[in-house]
Design a binder for this molecule. Structure first.
Ligand code: OSB
Ligand code: MG
Length: 376
């Protein structure tokens, strides 16, 4: 594939309702859509970044900078791309900045699948036709408000209910959900690094509620204390923030820091690395699931394709478009095909078209880059 042009669009989309975690409150998503043009084909991806460096160190501003200064010039430095796995290698000399790398990696994967006339899921090696999905519920002003949301999402058939917790908003929330909805609701809690090892007695109390897992209870950069904590808990620990690469995953598995891994394409630097983590976990009997970063439709479509791989055996956070958005940027919008299930598209690439009128409505700026080194 020869790359003719790269476009970066910056979009700002209001969330239907604020989304709060232990690290802060979000009222909108500010992100980039990168499109990579090659002949008649266009590959798309969206940045997982948030407007503030509160989940990881990246922001939509840093992603934009790294793309323009380093990654796009590097992309244009190669004459032809034969396979998308070359991108991860190409970007290896640049340290971290995984969300910036992932957006080019993802757009090249979509482009490649379109060139081959196959779905992105097929290109990645996934063969599920449908996936089970869950939903993530933020911290609310009252426990009653959390319960209202749980009720609505159970009614929609979501296969996993994840609630955000933080000190002072934990045992009470989980107990109230179990009391109201019973022991069979597939329930988990995500702490986004809000606790330390000193809080082990509180976290141990969660064992009585039979949660599927507790996600990232301790520091965002820790795998040592998580291993110590896992020895004290019967609830499986799932790592999110701590895992940036297949090497991180290998070390966490070796140490016993977790029994489950949440794979986010942006956090690990793209689909190539995401698949490697999937494969490593599979051979170690560690189930994985696809996390979310409040994506709009393009990011959601990538998550659906990745989730078609077989070791994505726990429902992910990829809910339907209407979970967060009044209008989504893709056509058709992402909708449940059956209660709690999404179809994996079989048309080429991500399998969704851009809804240009919605896209234009949320567009803040657009820049394009062409390969000046190529003489046409
Ligand atoms: O920790 O999984 C997380 C959203 C933003 C940043 C971090 C996280 C989340 C979510 C929402 O839990 C997942 C989603 O619905 O996209
Ligand atoms: Mg998380």
């Amino acid at each position: 594939m020869n790359i003719d042009k790269v476009e970066i669009s910056r979009l700002k989309m209001p969330l239907k309702q604020p989304f709060e975690t232990s690290f802060g409150r979000l009222t909108f998503k500010d992100f980039l859509v990168v499109s990579i043009h090659s002949g008649d084909f266009v590959g798309y991806a969206e940045s997982a970044s948030l407007p503030y460096p509160i989940y990881n160190e990246e922001t939509t501003g840093t992603v934009s900078y790294i793309l323009k200064e380093f990654l796009i010039p590097k992309l244009f430095s190669v004459e032809r791309i034969k396979h998308p796995t070359e991108i991860h290698r190409l970007f290896q000399p640049i340290r971290r900045n995984n969300m910036a790398k992932a957006v080019i990696d993802g757009a090249v994967w979509d482009l490649y699948a379109k060139h081959q006339g196959i779905s992105l899921a097929t290109a990645l090696g996934g063969d599920k036709k449908e996936i089970d999905v869950g939903v993530s519920i933020g911290i609310e002003a009252t426990v009653g408000k959390v319960l209202e949301k749980v009720e609505r999402f159970i009614a929609e058939g979501y296969k996993k209910i994840k609630v955000k917790i933080k000190p002072g908003h934990d045992i009470e929330v989980v107990r109230a959900i179990r009391e109201q909805f019973g022991p069979d609701v597939p329930l988990m809690a995500d702490a986004n690094s809000a606790y330390s090892l000193d809080d082990a007695p509180i976290l141990k109390q969660l064992d009585q509620f039979n949660l599927i897992m507790i996600e990232q209870p301790l520091a965002h950069d820790d795998i040592i204390d998580h291993a110590k904590l896992q020895k004290q808990l019967s609830t499986p620990i799932c790592l999110d923030e701590s895992i940036h690469s297949v090497e991180d995953a290998r070390k966490a598995i070796e140490l016993g820091s977790c029994k489950i891994i949440n794979i986010k394409v942006g956090r690990v630097g793209g689909l190539t690395e995401a698949k490697k983590i999937h494969d490593l976990c599979k051979s170690n009997n560690i189930p994985v699931w696809c996390g979310g970063m409040l994506e709009a439709g393009i990011g959601r479509a990538h998550n659906i394709a990745l989730s078609a791989l077989d070791n994505f055996s726990i429902p992910g956070d990829t809910s339907a478009s209407d979970r967060y958005w009044a209008y989504d940027i893709v056509m058709p919008e992402i909708m449940l095909s059956q209660p709690g299930r999404l179809q994996v598209p079989d048309s080429p690439g991500i399998g969704y078209e851009i809804n240009t009128s919605v896209f234009e409505q949320y567009l803040i700026s657009k820049e394009h880059f062409t390969n000046e080194l190529i003489v046409k």
